[in-house]
Each structure stands twice: as structure tokens, then as C-alpha cells.
Design a binder for this molecule. Structure first.
Ligand code: ZN
Ligand code: ZN
Length: 354
């Protein structure tokens, strides 16, 4: 039986499993509108997840064909994976922020293997050892890239415009652009009185932006279009995802919502308190990194020395790629703040505190 939680005021959440993933599940929210149910996120594209999503809807006396629209917080496969299937069965529209729709388009247009080439190039530039990059080159020739999630994810048909109310009959749902975790991540502010009259201004579908017990991954935005040959070797590339994220956190903290309905874990109150915790966490982290950068380091060397949830030697292969991207996002923030800079003449580039 799918776990269904009623949040009141025509809002429910369905626990849709993410296979073989420590996150466990995505909370797909169902929002009742005068024209039928609208989903906020859909879950991972997998038969077991689909079965849970549809049985959860049935528990609410709904059929997937009743779904009127799909609002996606961001393009990641645990949120957008099943959107195409829902649209096929129901004719529902799918809405997403333009920056994430651009990622979906680019990913779909990529030749198989483009992603692996891109990752290998990025890791080499970050100073990863050859032994770490070699398996990517091997996978490149084995045909595995076809199975990467996202290559066939659905192209949305509506754009979520920051600051605007979504076109939902009988509901007030406003898009809040919260870049950082992805360039087009949005939170959705349900500007209606809390059904239990909790103090505050409505409720927030927060996607991966604001979670009660997880600090979301903030790495460099994935842009397989970037052309390293076009950028000077020591130029700081554009984009500051961590800066975007911290700004988006403050933005969401100021909304003063009564309750947060995130896409993982569980609903919670005191959004402002959670925002403060996350801001403090990143401030501590940046201070720690400045200490490490007393001597010049590549992003890879920095990642090896940073504190993770386990020692570096125990971090599995894929998680190391994520970790180094996170280290790079932090370095980029420090460079933007004028607290660190690249060391001239180094290749791969080393950074040092200034
Ligand atoms: Zn995500
Ligand atoms: Zn997620």
C-alpha cells in the first residue's frame, strides 16, 4: 500500500520509492483544483515507482487519467522521471522553469557518450587522477551511456515564470525561483490560509531546496555545451550556484510560511529556523575551506581534504564525482567573494586563500 498523507486543504502526499537510492522516496504532492488534480513532481521512472504512484492516486479515488497538470520543482529524475508517462495517460500539461527545461532539451539532444566525455573533461580540469577518469573512458565504448537517466525525459509544455501565479482553477500557487540545486529549481508557494490555521503565510512546496534533515547537493550547474577550448585556462567560469542557493534560501526564509512540504523526508514548520541552520552550515564550511586553502590545492585535492559523512577512502566512485563538484561550487563562491584565487601557471588549476 502506498503511504498517503493528507495535509488538509486539498493537499496530499504520496510516498513514491526511488529504487536503490539512500534517499528512499520522493513525496509526490497532489493538489486538488477545480479542474482536477495537479501533481507537484512525479517520481522516478521505474515500474515499481509507477505502481506506487498510481495506487496512491487510487487510494484518493483518483485515476492517473484524471490528472490535469504536472508542476515540476526541478529536472532531476526523482522529480521529473514519471512526468512523461503521466502525460501520456492523462493528457496533462507539464510545467517547469525555463532554465531546467533547457537542461532537459540539451540532455535529450546529446549524443550517447557526450555526458561521459563532459564528465571526464570536467574531472580532469578539477585535478582528478587518471585512475579515476579511466572508467569513464571505458564506459564510453561499452554502450552504457544509453541507460543514463534523463536521456528520454519529457519536454515540458508550459513554462513556470518566477513570481507569477500558476494557472490553476480555484488555487493560489505562486512560483518562487530558487536556483542553486539546479539552475531552474522552483519552490511553489500555496498562498492560502493553513488548513489548521498554523500561524504564517500559507504553505511551501519546497522540492529539494529546503529539506528538514538534508543539505541538498550544490555543485556546478551541468552544462554539457560548455566549450573548454573557448575559455581562457585561468578565467573563473560564469555561474555561482552556491551564491545562488544562499540567496534563494534567504528569499524563502522571508516568505514566512506556516509549513513546508518538501519532496523528501517529511513536512515541517519553522522554515526560517531551518534556513538559518543551512546558512550557518555553509558559512562554517566556507570558513573551513579557507583554512584548507592556506596552501594551493586543486578542487580534487580540496575534496579529498574536506569533511564528508565518511572518510574520503570510503566514498564510492559516483559520490566522489558529486563531492568534487560540490568542492568546486564552494571554491567558486570564495573566488566570487574575493577570498580565494587561482594560482597563475597551474594546470589543473590550483586555488589559494587570499
Ligand atoms: Zn534534486
Ligand atoms: Zn530530489
Amino acid at each position: 500500500m502506498t503511504q498517503v498523507t493528507e495535509h488538509g486543504g486539498g493537499v496530499w502526499s504520496l510516498r513514491v520509492p526511488i529504487p536503490d537510492n539512500p534517499l528512499g522516496h520522493t513525496l509526490v504532492h497532489v493538489l486538488d483544483t477545480d479542474r482536477g488534480p495537479v501533481l507537484v513532481d512525479t517520481g522516478w521512472d521505474d515500474p515499481a515507482s509507477w505502481a506506487e504512484l498510481t495506487s496512491g492516486l487510487r487510494a484518493l479515488d483518483l485515476d492517473v487519467s484524471d490528472v490535469h497538470g504536472v508542476v515540476i520543482t526541478h529536472h532531476h529524475p526523482d522529480h521529473h522521471g514519471l512526468s512523461g508517462r503521466v502525460r501520456e495517460e492523462s493528457g496533462a500539461w507539464i510545467a517547469m522553469h525555463a532554465a531546467d527545461t533547457a537542461v532537459v532539451r540539451r540532455t535529450r539532444a546529446s549524443e550517447p557518450g557526450t555526458w561521459l566525455d563532459y564528465l571526464a573533461r570536467k574531472l580532469a580540469a578539477a585535478g582528478a587522477p587518471e585512475g579515476h577518469i579511466a572508467p569513464l573512458r571505458a564506459a564510453r565504448t561499452s554502450g552504457r551511456p544509453d541507460t543514463l537517466p534523463g536521456l528520454r525525459s519529457a519536454i515540458p509544455d508550459r513554462e513556470i515564470v518566477p513570481g507569477e501565479l500558476l494557472d490553476l482553477a480555484g488555487r493560489r500557487l505562486r512560483a518562487i525561483w530558487t536556483p542553486g540545486h539546479t539552475p531552474g529549481h522552483v519552490c511553489l508557494h500555496l498562498e492560502e490560509e493553513h488548513p489548521s490555521r498554523l500561524p504564517g503565510h500559507g504553505r511551501l512546496f519546497s522540492g529539494d531546496h529546503l529539506l528538514p534533515g538534508i543539505s541538498p547537493h550544490i555543485g556546478l550547474y551541468e552544462d554539457t555545451d560548455d566549450s573548454p577550448e573557448l575559455s581562457a585556462p585561468y578565467e573563473v567560469p560564469p555561474g555561482d550556484p552556491l551564491g545562488d542557493y544562499l540567496g534563494s534560501l534567504e528569499r524563502v526564509g522571508r516568505l514566512g510560511v506556516a509549513e513546508v512540504l518538501p519532496a523528501h523526508q517529511h513536512a515541517f514548520t519553522d522554515a526560517a529556523g531551518r534556513v538559518r541552520e543551512l546558512l550557518d552550515h555553509h558559512e562554517d564550511r566556507l570558513t573551513g575551506l579557507l583554512g584548507l586553502l592556506a596552501a594551493p590545492l586543486t578542487p580534487w585535492q580540496l575534496a579529498e581534504r574536506m569533511e564528508w559523512n565518511r572518510p574520503w577512502r570510503d566514498i564510492p566512485y559516483g559520490s566522489r564525482n558529486i563531492a568534487v563538484s560540490e568542492a568546486e561550487a564552494h571554491v567558486r563562491r570564495l573566488v566570487k567573494l574575493g577570498r580565494a584565487e587561482p594560482v597563475a601557471g597551474t594546470d589543473p588549476v590550483e586555488y589559494v586563500a587570499v
